[in-house]
Each structure stands twice: as structure tokens, then as C-alpha cells.
Design a protein around this ligand. Structure first.
Ligand SMILES: [Zn+2]
Length: 305
């Protein structure tokens, strides 16, 4: 009786092991298959990751070329970035000179089926001022900080995802329409609010907000120029101090990525408070694109009220 019982126990135990192991195998397999089945999208830097993940959700696997915490205006790609591009189905970059490395890098990519997306296609670009023009071209690249231009970038990304993965066309279109609707609501709401204000100018660290200003009829003044080129001259600093004093500027916006110390010095000088604004050039405070933009818009609105 005892012996029979032990044998039964052993058989049962072995059976459980077998079921457990094969279940484990199944999990490992399905995770791998799931990863393999996702559409591989490489993007140059953070805002394009935000847009692509919003539109592609769990159907895409996004790799970002410019690592978090790196200033994208000074970035140079490395050998491992070419591997990412060689393995991707879609590559999204911002355009308008944001990625000065783009032409040289694409020449070295060995992936003839890669769908390359210039997300600025169809955006009406703003010319950089004469003193801000450099070898990267004559335009201000910060289109992702304007809601109406972000909608165009989103459309370009959606079209590329549909082209690469037509089976999920409806899914990408639904997510894109949701993205577009959210931005349009925000745009409409704040266009009216900003129009009702007399004060239209704000001061920030990095001149990244020209498209944001165009959306809402505002004007930016900044410590650093469009390309984040370093600390301002003493003359520029003095002009800013005078500007803040004569326009009664009470808030100086600062970006984490661009020397906040200079903005803090300016704020102290003119007795203004310092407030964070997001350029979204890198992932900050773990906030997504829409959340960051809502906070930017509300922050600027409150400062001008
Ligand atoms: Zn910038």
C-alpha cells in the first residue's frame, strides 16, 4: 500500500514538473515571438519616441538613437546606432536640421527596405534669425513644441507605420486620431485664453518655442539661441535684464538640458521666480508628451495672466 502510494506520488510529481516546465517554455516562447512580431521603429530622439509610442502602442518596439540625458543639438551617432538602423523597419527623424548627422549616417546604413520618415514633411517651417543660422540650415527645427506642427509630425509617423504594417492600419489610425483630437482641444482652448491677455511675451532659457508661440500668438525671449549654443555674452545678458525690467517679467522659464544656472542668475537679477518648462528634447520627470505640453501651456498662461 505504502509503496504504491509512493510511486503514485512520484508519478504525480513528475507530471506536475512536466506541466510546469512546458508552461514556462511556452511563456518564454510567446514573449520572444511577441517581441519579434512587433514592428521595429528607430527614432532619432525623444519627441519622436513619444509620438511613435502613442500611435503604435504595443504593436511597435521603439529604439531611440539619442540617449536620454544627452543634448540632441550636439549629438554624433556611434557604430551601435548603425546596427539599430540596419535592424529597423522604420526610421523617424525630425528634420529641419535637428539631426545634423542624418545624411552621413543614412549613407552608411545597410538596409534597403528601411522606411525613412522626415517628420517635418508638410510643416510650415519658421526661418531661424540671421544670427542663428548655421551650417545645419536656415530653419528652426523645434516643430514638436508647436501643437499644430506636432499633429503633422504625428500624421507622417502614422502613414509610415501603416505602410510598414498595413494589417494594423485601423489601429494606428484610431490612435493617431485620438492624439490629434487631444492636441486640437488643447490648441483651441488656449488660443482663446491667450488671445484675451495683453501680455504676450515670456522669457526662457533656450529659444525652442517659436512654433509654440506661433500657435498662440506669443513671443519668446531667451538666454540661449535656437541651437542651444552655450552661455550668452555679457551684452546679451544685460539686454535681457533690461527687457525683463521694462516688461515687468515675473517668471523666467528654465529647461533642464540648457544651462539653468544662467536663467537662475537672470531671475535673481530681475527678482523673478524660476519655473520649469519642457523642451521634451529628452525624457524629463517621466512625463509623456501631452502631459508635458499641458504643463508648458498652463505655466506660460499663468505667468502672463
Ligand atoms: Zn533645442
Amino acid at each position: 500500500m505504502n509503496k504504491k502510494y509512493s510511486i503514485m506520488c512520484i508519478i504525480l510529481f513528475a507530471l506536475l514538473c512536466f506541466v510546469g516546465c512546458s508552461n514556462n517554455n511556452k511563456n518564454v516562447m510567446s514573449e520572444k515571438q511577441e517581441k519579434d512580431s512587433k514592428l521595429k521603429v528607430a527614432v532619432s530622439f525623444n519627441p519622436l519616441r513619444e509620438f511613435t509610442e502613442y500611435i503604435g502602442k504595443d504593436k511597435v518596439q521603439v529604439e531611440v538613437i539619442v540617449p536620454d540625458g544627452t543634448e540632441p543639438h550636439d549629438f554624433e551617432p556611434k557604430g551601435k546606432d548603425l546596427i539599430v538602423l540596419n535592424n529597423a523597419k522604420v526610421f523617424v527623424y525630425n528634420g529641419l536640421g535637428m539631426e545634423s548627422w542624418i545624411d552621413k549616417t543614412l549613407e552608411n546604413v545597410d538596409n534597403k527596405d528601411l522606411i525613412v520618415v522626415d517628420a517635418s514633411k508638410g510643416c510650415s517651417p519658421i526661418k531661424a534669425t540671421e544670427e542663428e543660422k548655421n551650417e545645419q540650415g536656415g530653419y528652426d527645427p523645434h516643430i514638436w513644441l508647436g501643437l499644430s506642427t506636432a499633429i503633422v509630425e504625428g500624421a507622417n509617423i502614422k502613414d509610415a507605420l501603416v505602410k510598414a504594417d498595413p494589417a494594423n492600419k485601423q489601429f494606428y489610425e484610431k490612435n493617431y486620431n485620438d492624439f490629434k483630437n487631444k492636441l486640437e482641444v488643447l490648441l483651441k482652448d488656449y488660443k482663446g485664453k491667450f488671445a484675451a491677455l495683453n501680455n504676450k511675451s515670456f522669457v526662457t532659457g533656450h529659444a525652442a518655442f517659436a512654433y509654440f508661440c506661433r500657435d498662440f500668438g506669443l513671443k519668446q525671449n531667451s538666454v540661449e539661441g535656437v541651437f542651444g549654443e552655450g552661455e550668452p555674452t555679457p551684452k546679451k545678458m544685460k539686454d535681457l535684464v533690461d527687457y525683463c525690467k521694462s516688461n515687468n517679467v515675473k517668471t523666467i522659464f528654465v529647461e533642464q538640458m540648457v544651462s539653468p544656472k544662467v536663467s537662475e542668475t537672470l531671475a535673481k537679477e530681475v527678482n523673478a521666480k524660476v519655473k520649469t518648462i519642457y523642451t521634451i528634447e529628452a525624457k524629463e520627470d517621466n512625463k509623456n508628451y501631452i502631459k508635458s505640453m499641458e504643463e508648458n501651456i498652463k505655466g506660460v498662461y499663468e505667468s502672463l495672466k
